[in-house]
Write a protein that binds this ligand. Structure first.
Ligand code: OSB
Ligand code: MG
Length: 382
């Protein structure tokens, strides 16, 4: 029998530094193009950032919630409330990170709020130790596979142009959003032009089991997967649909932690998991989920929430962990913003891969005047 070491054992033992200041800073950045999904079209990124200061060292983390609850129940407003009134009071210098997770479990849900605090502390500790975050996680640097998520477009021609651009950049795979009435024929158009493309679709929960016959038509296109075809809160009906479809189902919205993954795998509800570190409560739960999937033949990849350079760097470091077997939603900064708040921007290598930014912590530098230029709120919590 082999004893499998928990992938987060070393992190759980880290001791929390004292915090001199904690601030929540909300920035608003315009997207280079509106991002359309079956649930909403976002034109801006409104990101709530957390700034932690300890003995002259400053760490930044990013809450991946939106100002609205259209993708997920948490919002920047609820995350602020939960962080301020329930999570931050549990952060005590000298306790271990594992003990903090234990304390956080008392607060039900609100993974995005929890991730903001936990990731911020991990980044701060990495900076204090002078280590890159992936090294603190016990993982060697590696080149990360890129992937792009293309929003709903006004016309098939516009969609084809976006896919063409992604293919030219050598993205590791292309995801296109679908919704009712904008699915089979749009996928067919892309497939006809790009027969060998690693292609997948994301429905953000737009369908129900009564659409099974329609969804089965997607089996003809050799898709890598269909992401969250059914309701954002469902696992069981996905298990019925997966038995009907050849295409692998990937769950996104339904997965709030390792327990949901265990349920989904036991039911056969999916063959692939989208791990969004924010949605599942942070880097440590993400590492556990990826390791769990790896042990069960389930593929996993890192999802994205159109993050700024801070959250994007977190996702890059996360993908060094064991079990991230497929390209994620990690695309170039220029796909989202003309100018990000952090440097350097994410740029694809000629082979379409992404290098992890080097240096301590996240390896990216948060540029103060870019923050100030885009800040729409600044609250000092302590
Ligand atoms: O469903 O994966 C999703 C963005 C915001 C909310 C939900 C989703 C997405 C994406 C974009 O697909 C991922 C990215 O490019 O960061
Ligand atoms: Mg999704």
């Amino acid at each position: 029998m082999t004893i499998v070491q928990s992938p987060t054992a070393a992190l759980e033992g880290l001791l929390l530094p004292k915090l001199d200041h904690v601030d929540l800073v909300t920035v608003k950045l315009q997207f280079v193009a509106p991002f359309g999904t079956s649930v909403y079209t976002w034109t801006h990124k409104e990101a709530m950032l957390m700034r932690l200061e300890s003995d002259g060292v400053t760490a930044w983390s990013e809450c991946v919630s939106d100002p609205d609850p259209f993708y997920f129940y948490e919002t920047n407003g609820t995350a602020r409330h939960i962080i301020k009134d329930f999570l931050l009071p549990l952060v005590e210098p000298g306790i271990a990170l594992g003990e903090l997770e234990e304390r956080f479990r008392h607060v039900r849900g609100h993974g995005m709020a929890k991730a903001t605090v936990e990731n911020g502390l991990l980044i701060l500790i990495a900076l204090q130790k002078g280590q890159p975050l992936h090294e603190l996680m016990g993982r060697p640097a590696k080149r990360i596979m890129s992937g792009i998520s293309i929003g709903l477009k006004e016309s098939p021609a516009e969609l084809l142009a976006a896919v063409e651009h992604a293919v030219a950049k050598k993205y590791g795979r292309v995801k296109m959003k679908v919704k009712k009435g904008q699915d089979v024929e749009w996928v067919r158009a892309v497939r006809e032009h790009f027969p060998d493309l690693r292609l997948m679709v994301d429905a953000n929960g737009d369908y129900s089991l009564s659409d099974t016959a329609l969804l089965k038509r997607l089996d003809d296109f050799g898709l890598m997967m269909i992401e969250q075809p059914l309701s954002y809160s469902d696992i069981y009906e996905h298990s019925i649909l997966q038995k009907e479809m050849r295409t692998a189902i990937c769950l996104d919205e339904s997965i709030h932690g390792l327990a949901d993954v265990a349920t989904a795998v036991a039911l056969g509800a999916c063959r692939i998991i989208n791990i969004k570190q924010g949605r599942v409560g942070g880097l440590m739960e993400s590492m556990r989920i990826a390791a769990y999937c790896a042990g069960r033949g389930i593929d996993a990849w890192s999802g994205g929430m159109d993050e700024t350079g801070i959250g994007r760097a977190v996702n890059l470091h996360l993908q060094t962990a064991a079990g991230f077997t497929l390209p994620g939603d990690t695309s170039e900064t220029s796909n989202y913003f003309d100018e990000d708040i952090a440097d350097p921007p994410v740029i694809l290598a000629p082979d379409g891969s992404i290098d992890i930014p080097g240096g301590p912590g996240l390896g990216v530098r948060v540029v103060a005047d870019r923050i100030l230029k885009r800040a729409i709120g600044w609250e000092r919590l302590c």
